[in-house]
Design a protein around this ligand. Structure first.
Ligand code: SAM
Length: 159
């Protein structure tokens, strides 16, 4: 598959899954965490589609588009492996994680700590949406949407 096709699949999977959470999955009270703010596209989508939720974004540096930049109190700068520790137990209703790199060796390292962190951030019944698989005993994988290519994007319910 070309990198262009893979990129398009990732973008459409993000939109389809975030809209699926909005429309079809009841999520508990609580904030939304955006792990990997990047350009702010999915942050902007979260803010528009979950207008009554606080959305807190994490990244090693602020580089989002002006129109998709969180207020300072809703941006956490630093390596998420460290900066996210303070948010374990924070009771998030939804965590979206988009920090895959496309390099298997780098992603393998991320997968040694990300599942535990996401499971710890979520409240019971909360949902995780992630570009990397999150294997954790407290995260139950939800059925793949027909529009999401196999292995492209994942979503889970916190048990
Ligand atoms: N979803 C975003 C959007 O729609 O614009 C794009 C996210 S981009 C693919 C991934 C971002 O995560 C990058 O900005 C990168 O700096 C950040 N990132 C990746 N791994 C990280 C880590 N371990 N700690 C902090 N930031 C990280």
């Amino acid at each position: 598959m070309s990198r262009l096709d893979s990129f398009i699949n990732r973008m459409s999977a993000q939109r389809d899954l975030l809209n699926h959470v909005r429309d079809d999955l009841a999520i508990p009270e609580g904030p939304i965490f955006e792990i990997g703010l990047g350009n702010g596209r999915t942050f902007s989508h979260l803010r528009e589609n979950f207008p009554n939720r606080r959305v807190i974004a994490f990244d090693r540096k602020l580089a989002s588009h002006n129109s998709a930049t969180p207020d300072p109190q809703d941006f956490v700068e630093g390596e998420i492996r460290e900066s996210g520790q303070a948010f374990i137990g924070a009771g998030a209703a939804l965590v979206h994680a988009d920090i895959g790199t496309g390099y298997d060796d780098k992603d393998a390292i991320t997968m040694t700590w990300l599942p535990q962190m996401v499971a710890g951030m979520l409240t019971t019944g909360g949902v995780a949406v992630s570009g990397l698989p999150l294997e954790h005993p407290h995260l139950e994988e939800l059925p793949r949407l027909p529009t999401v290519a196999e292995g492209r994007y994942f979503h889970y319910r916190r048990l």
